[in-house]
Design a binder for this molecule. Structure first.
Ligand code: PMV
Length: 334
């Protein structure tokens, strides 16, 4: 246990799930009802500094969201950050107050996995500041416990699977292919930047109230195999069709939960239809997926990305785009 001041800074990527995590078997431990597979996004980043210092009067959290001004965090964001800090501080046997400063370069709470990047960067930096010795698997498991389960997939680099065997020790994320394996691009078509009205945390709770939830769960194992094979073979059509089917099934569950949640907006549907039209009419290979928000992630290969991005920017539904290649692991930068 250290009592001298320590500072660490980490950068983590958001990630996009091709097979979604939707529903929990244990909300206290953030255990998912199914495994999931994602790619880290190299253009959607959070940088977080954790300073432990016995001279600090109290714990402090400062957030600068989407490149904006730094503000003190309060309410639920503060509580979520401090719950994770308290877990790691207890593990380190420390009682030192902390100062946390975090900034991201993309919109928060709008279906671009801002909490995944945030909690991966926070956990990576805090583990270093508290001088905890953990390997990547343990770091991913600890990140999962933050409550933003998908954050555990932002710990390893590239293409990542979050395993689910229903136990705390067996629920962590691991790389299934490095970022250099496939020049895949995820272009986020931003149609709305307002925070979603139903958080993903609440969405996980509501999932079992949908009559379609068991049907979704019965399909996921075959789709996990399909997506693993598609990534291994760099087969975009195979990946894209499975990812679209999985996103549709997640949103059917959300839309048929009690009460129902509709994350889509008219602009969301117009992007989906444009992607389908380009594929059918022009053989432009791109596929869509959507997290818990209205923005559409359009997946294509790097060679087609300029064309896909230009077409997306021409749609009146799209405000702007963020193009991402496969991203790095949650890494220390200071
Ligand atoms: O990690 P959470 O609790 O923010 O949930 C993430 C849920 C989705 O983004 C919709 C799906 C996923 O696997 O990332």
């Amino acid at each position: 246990m250290t009592t001298s001041p320590q500072t660490a800074t980490a950068v983590a990527c958001a990630n996009i799930a091709f097979i979604k995590y939707w529903g929990q078997s244990d909300s206290g431990l953030t255990l998912p009802t199914n495994g999931s597979i994602s790619m880290n996004l190299d253009g959607c980043l959070t940088e977080t500094t954790v300073r432990c210092d016995p001279e600090l009067e109290r714990d402090q959290v400062w957030l600068a969201l989407h490149g904006g001004e730094e503000m003190p965090a309060s309410g639920r964001p503060y509580e979520r950050v401090m719950a994770q800090i308290n877990r790691l501080r207890a593990l380190a046997g420390s009682s030192m107050p902390v100062e946390i400063r975090s900034r991201n370069n993309f919109p928060s709470d709008a279906g671009i996995a801002s909490s995944a990047a945030a909690f991966a960067a926070l956990t990576r930096a805090a583990v270093a500041a508290f001088q905890l010795e953990v390997n990547e698997r343990e770091l991913s498991r600890l990140t999962r416990l933050s409550g933003s389960g998908s954050a555990c997939r932002s710990i390893p680099s590239g293409f990542v699977e979050w395993y689910n065997d229903g136990t705390d020790q067996g629920s962590y994320a691991e790389q299934i292919a490095p970022s250099s394996h496939w020049a895949l691009v995820d272009i986020v078509a931003v149609v709305n930047t307002q925070a979603k009205h139903v958080s993903s945390t609440h969405g996980h709770d509501l999932a079992p109230t949908s009559a379609y939830f068991p049907a979704r769960l019965s399909e996921v194992p075959a789709r996990l195999i399909e997506v693993r094979r598609a990534i291994s073979a760099c087969d975009l059509e195979r990946l894209g069709l499975a990812a679209e089917a999985d996103a549709m099934s997640m949103h059917v569950v959300a839309m048929t939960a009690k009460p129902p949640t509709m994350y889509w907006q008219p602009a969301t549907l117009s992007v989906i239809q444009a992607v389908q039209r380009w594929r059918a009419q022009d053989n432009l290979q791109s596929y869509w997926t959507i997290d818990a928000g209205p923005n559409v992630h359009v997946i294509c290969e790097a060679k087609d990305a300029p064309e896909v991005e230009a077409r997306l920017c021409e749609l009146s539904a799209v405000q702007w785009t963020i193009a991402n290649g496969p991203g790095h692991e949650a890494r220390l930068v200071g």
